[in-house]
Design a protein around this ligand. Sequence first.
Ligand code: FDA
Length: 303
Amino acid sequence: MLNRTLLWVAENRRVENLVSSAMLTRNVVSRFVAGEDLEDAVEAIKSLNAGGIGGILDLLGEGVKNSQEANSAAGDYLAAIRRIQETGIDTTVSIKLTQLGLGFDKGAAIDHVRRLAAEARAVGTLVEIDMEQSSFVSDTLDVYRLLQVDFPELRLAMQSYLRRSPVDLQMMAAASPRIRLVKGAYAESPSVAFQKRSEIDGQYAWLTDWLFERGRDPAIATHDLALIEHAKRAAARTGAGNSGWEIQMLYGVRRELQTELARRGHRVRTYVPYGSAWYPYLMRRLAERPANLRFFLRALTRG
Ligand code: FDA
């Protein structure tokens, strides 16, 4: 219930204006967001790299309303890719297709992704595509399938809470897709998504096995220890070892575990969000854990 209310709040513009204009202490935002500028994210990734952890750069923002905003987001991503080349940091770039106009101009969004994927390749990194609300899943899969032919290094996020995910994966089996597996972070109806933890986790484990057997270089993106252990067993069984897959986590979540896994020889990447449009991202992180909400409310009332 708490989750669903917070996730609704995450998509509500009026509450966004209220919270964003409140004297929210920097502590709450900075726990989950590297900062407002690209340079803040670059610094965060440098310190992750120093501990043997890779980055996943994420420019905050989603659901843009016109092509001007989409062009501007694409320009910001291009600048980020150039900065990766200049600094030599080890990071990928994760994009949201609704930030590039998927909601109103699919063709233009495809062109943006193609350009970003080409630029990323030229500087020796790659683009990852986030998965958003279920209403965008079919279009996102289309974009991935289309571009994956020219850019097989593209990685696509898929959500274990969606009932359709096993079928979607099966449809891509011939291409041996490169997937980031997540549980899913949006409020979805029971007809579309599992609601019970046991069902979401059960499907996560099943999809993990599928990815190790039929996918390519799976990324297991979770902080759930039981599911990480499940992935380790799948890696051992399929001969992926430590190098044939990676573990991905979020900035500010289970930092010690990230360090420990890297120290033990696992490939670890941390998703590092930056930018001023932090509101929906922060609300999704709060919804994942009641303790985060208490932390947030305390900070809010302190001003
Ligand atoms: P779960 O929520 O069960 O958490 C397991 C444990 O991890 C908790 O008990 C707690 O200890 C800790 N934890 C998890 N979240 C926490 C938090 N916010 N604060 C503090 N502790 C926390 N989703 C999506 O729909 N589309 C996408 O493209 C992506 N992309 C993405 C990339 C990466 C790298 C990650 C790690 C996650 C995503 N997600 C996502 C988010 C994902 O769907 C999910 O909401 C979160 O990862 C939380 O789920 P867990 O798998 O960690 O399990």
